[in-house]
Design a protein around this ligand. Structure first.
Ligand code: AMP
Length: 394
């Protein structure tokens, strides 16, 4: 079902409650990565240019049940002022009479940033009374926080009971469009590239994707549980012993469907993640005392070959311990191969996004999601509570 989008609203003279995900890293009291702030700027501009004023809300970090000065959105107010080229005052709180007064006195074209929603534990409890306190601040609701849409929190779900219509912002809309394009009408072949540390986090994802994709390429730590399931001795590589049976079941299901699961044929092994270098060996010859920390050159070739034929590629998770130079090459080469592909490419997850930036190929990726958890849950086929809560498009 398509959701109502901000572009379908008449915003002249309206007060927009805009839920954004401004959960950014801070360093020395300033925003150290403004990607998420930049991502919401088009929606703010759209609302202001349409004659609305904007009450902007977000969470930041994980304050423990009350206000925490180090998690104030004050640095974000300064960051947004610079990005928007206009004042972005910070309210002293996100609910209460003073904030209501400030919100009500906003004029078209003005923005008010609310203080960290999570200074109130009611936010994460999806509390109805708290949601009502937020709802009175505006007369239309817009959600641009795709990266938080897998959370049933008050500013994401409960608020929509009290503030209608509830529309998707421009960023939310783009995120949903990119993922719908993969899940519902991909140009084929559709190839999923999965990496990261743990199989246990991604079993549901792999099982769901197997029904939709034409091949799944698996690298990273999680590949070793699959290799162990095939009977390989993988030395001290990361293996989740309690998932070997599951991995075997997934491999069997893939075989029955005729959907290839493409695994590493070689690995860069070392003593540990702090080793100054590693050496590539066949997955059949991983020494007992070593661990596999990256995919090897033959695997890069194998994976690149699969990617060459793809018309759609979705990628989540690094293929090795890419934070460490000796084990970053596999991830960098796959980033380059994804970028070089003429397929529609979508990536998501903090590590994967960091990897394409490090590889210098971010501008050649079709769509870079701002989300991690919400991205994976959507690919798992789950309906996100924050998306479900939005008003259906007419
Ligand atoms: P995840 O959060 O599950 O996506 O995992 C990301 C982490 O997986 C990164 O920090 C990588 O360093 C780690 N990782 C990737 N490959 C391996 C590997 N072969 N062994 C151990 N950790 C790995």
């Amino acid at each position: 079902m398509a959701k109502l989008s901000i572009e379908q609203l008449d915003l002249a003279g309206r007060r927009v409650f805009l839920r954004a995900d401004l959960n950014v890293p801070l360093e020395g009291g300033a925003v150290s990565d403004d990607t998420r702030a930049r991502a919401v700027v088009p929606t703010i501009r759209h609302a202001l240019e349409a004659g609305a004023c904007v009450v902007l809300a977000s969470h930041l970090g994980r304050p423990k049940g009350g206000p925490a000065p180090e998690l104030s959105l004050a640095p974000m107010a300064r960051c947004l002022e610079a990005l928007l080229g206009r004042p972005v005052p910070l309210a002293p709180d996100c609910v209460g009479p003073e904030v209501e007064g400030r919100a009500k006195s906003l004029k078209p074209g003005e923005v008010l940033l609310l203080e960290n929603l999570r200074f109130h534990p009611e936010e994460e409890a999806n509390d109805d009374g708290f949601a009502r306190g937020l709802a009175v601040l505006a007369d239309v609701y817009v959600n641009d926080a795709f990266a938080a849409a897998h959370r049933a929190h008050a500013s994401i779900v409960a608020i929509t009971k009290h503030l209608q219509p509830a529309a998707a912002g421009l960023l939310m809309k783009r995120e949903l469009e990119a993922l719908t394009r993969i899940l519902e009408r991909p140009e084929r072949p559709l190839v999923a590239v999965l990496g990261g540390a743990k199989v246990s986090d991604k079993i549901t994802l792999i099982e769901h994707l197997l029904e939709r994709v034409d091949a799944v390429v698996i690298g990273g730590g999680m590949a070793f549980t699959f290799l162990a399931a095939l009977g390989h001795d993988v030395g001290r590589s990361l293996v989740e012993a309690d998932r070997i049976t599951t991995a075997r079941r997934v491999l069997e299901a893939a075989r029955r469907r005729g959907t290839p699961i493409v695994l590493p044929v070689d690995a860069v092994v070392a003593d540990g993640i702090d080793s100054p270098s590693g050496r590539a060996v066949s997955v059949r010859e991983i020494p007992r005392s070593r661990m596999g920390l990256d995919i090897g050159p033959l695997t890069v070739e194998r994976f690149t070959g699969v990617l060459k034929g793809a018309r759609t590629i979705v990628w989540n998770g690094p293929l090795g311990v890419f934070e460490k130079a000796p084990f970053a090459e596999g991830t960098m080469k796959i980033a380059a191969a994804v970028a070089a592909s003429s397929a529609f490419t979508v990536i998501g997850g903090g590590d994967t996004v960091a990897a394409v930036h490090r590889a210098g190929v971010a501008d050649r990726i079709g769509y870079i999601s701002t989300a991690g958890g919400a991205f994976l849950e959507t690919l798992e086929g789950r309906t996100l509570p924050g998306v479900e809560a939005l008003t259906e498009a007419p």
